[in-house]
Design a protein around this ligand. Sequence first.
Ligand SMILES: Nc1ncnc2c1ncn2[C@@H]1O[C@H](COP(=O)(O)OP(=O)(O)OP(=O)(O)O)[C@@H](O)[C@H]1O
Ligand SMILES: Cc1ncsc1CCO
Ligand SMILES: [Mg+2]
Length: 270
Amino acid sequence: MSVQPALLPGDLAAASFSRFRSAAPLVHCLTNEVVQSFTANVLLALGASPAMVVEAEEAAQFAALADALLINIGTLHADRARAMLAAAETANGAGRPWVLDPVAVGGLHYRTRFARELLALRPAAIRGNASEIMALAGLDARGRGVDSADDSAAALPAARALAQCSGAVVAVTGAVDFVTDGERDYAVCGGDPLMTRVVGTGCALSAVVAAFAVQPDRLAAVATACRVMSLAGERACAAVRGPGSFVPAFLDALYALEVTDLQENVCETY
Ligand SMILES: Nc1ncnc2c1ncn2[C@@H]1O[C@H](COP(=O)(O)OP(=O)(O)OP(=O)(O)O)[C@@H](O)[C@H]1O
Ligand SMILES: Cc1ncsc1CCO
Ligand SMILES: [Mg+2]
């Protein structure tokens, strides 16, 4: 396995974004209460469809109708947990991919236990920041050299171990996003630190990952989801004064993205 992951090739990213635009996936989002509206707007701006169907009985039914499912445990409570388990089981039964965003897993016991339960239901992809991926990997990858650290590059070994033991494609995001299936990985550059000064860019990215996880080359597709967000983020940041003007500029940049924009995935160093 390479120590320095390859950059996501522009031709793969463009092909994946083109497939996404044609498919316009319907994404069932069981996400946290802070980011629901922003997440729906990000999916709509890109050309996908969001649906936040949250009651357990309905969530179990709807997971078979949607193209993909997102489970984000940011504001977890018992009713929502019940809906999440039911929806993940339905999605698995119907052959639909589902994505786990393990918000704040690590220090908090209830959500950490619950994330372990979800992991056993085999998500197609997992997207989190460095500390979340390290903590989740620690659950099932003890003894695989998973140490503590707080940046995405340092979390790459943990992401690989998590991918190997869960079967998921794992994206660990930060200044550089790394996406791995445990055997191969891609690096995705771009974005802007301002993206961390607005709530929900990572959560919304996880919904976009779900929309891309329907594609057969899941590793390249999840990396493309990361590139779509980082490219729109860097374009938006070039034209704004701060977090307040970032959100509308970001939605506009997502809306304006063209397939050919994904061809260029340049990054001098990372
Ligand atoms: N320092 C940075 N420079 C450039 N882009 C960044 C930086 N940090 C994060 N990003 C980008 O911001 C987006 C969100 O990633 P991040 O790792 O901050 O998620 P998160 O911590 O789960 O966010 P949240 O929980 O607030 O939704 C990604 O597209 C990522 O590439
Ligand atoms: C601020 C916050 N609190 C719970 S979830 C959330 C947003 C996801 O990061
Ligand atoms: Mg997060």
